[in-house]
Design a protein around this ligand. Structure first.
Ligand SMILES: [Zn+2]
Length: 221
């Protein structure tokens, strides 16, 4: 059976890292719509130019563009044994479009990585980047101090402007507002699973693998 996976999770849940690791371990593509858009912008492809025009007007890249990108990506041969979708779908209309795209293929397995807001705020406000070499400092575990010097070059660490608490809370509010209906959309399926993302990353990874295995078994029945 193909592993057709959707990873959901708020900013700060570690979803991108988990998705990348899981896809690499299973030899299936990690399909991150954020990465694909950034690459398209950098390469100046037709998609990149369309997205750029939209963003220059201060608008978000619309469903039609994103859905087109995902449809094309999932139709490639390397996605036949499965894929890990990261950052898509974000809305119910996108989820409906995805169901159409994968019609006739093995069922989607949806894993929601859940982390309480207070832990997300702690993680995101603890993020620091080196002003000298640009490296991201590891986010401290709960109870550990926020680092002030770069572990790689010793340079001073700074906080990005969009990692301020008020900005983060607004981002989480928007995520919750948009994602609640999405979780509702999927939660009745036998292949929907929740994973506790507030644990250390290795525990999250093993719980994730177990959740995917159990959902895949449910799909095969
Ligand atoms: Zn540094």
């Amino acid at each position: 059976m193909a592993l057709n996976l959707v990873f959901l999770g708020p900013p700060g849940a570690g979803k991108g890292t988990q998705a990348k690791q899981f896809a690499a371990a299973r030899g299936i593509p990690h399909v991150s719509t954020g990465d694909m858009l950034r690459e398209a912008l950098a390469a100046g492809t037709e998609l990149g130019l369309r997205a750029k025009a939209v963003m220059e007007q201060g608008r978000l890249v619309g469903d039609d563009i994103i859905i087109g990108v995902v449809r094309e990506r999932l139709s490639r041969p390397d996605a036949r044994p499965g894929f890990v979708l990261d950052g898509f779908p974000r809305t119910v209309p996108q989820a409906e479009a995805l169901d159409t795209i994968v019609a006739g293929r093995d069922p989607l397995v949806i894993v929601d990585i859940e982390v309480p807001d207070e832990e997300l705020v702690r993680r995101l406000t603890s993020r620091r980047v080196c002003g000298q070499c640009g490296a991201n400092a590891p986010v401290p575990a709960p109870g550990e101090p926020v680092p002030t010097a770069c572990g790689r070059c010793g340079g001073a660490l700074t906080q990005r402007a969009d990692d301020r608490e008020d900005v983060i809370r607004e981002r989480l509010r928007v995520y919750g507002r948009d994602t609640f209906p999405l979780v509702e959309y999927y939660s009745g399926r036998s292949t929907f699973r929740r994973v506790d993302g507030a644990q250390p990353a290795e525990r999250v990874a093993s719980d994730l693998a177990a959740a995917v295995a159990s959902a895949a078994a449910a799909a095969a029945r």
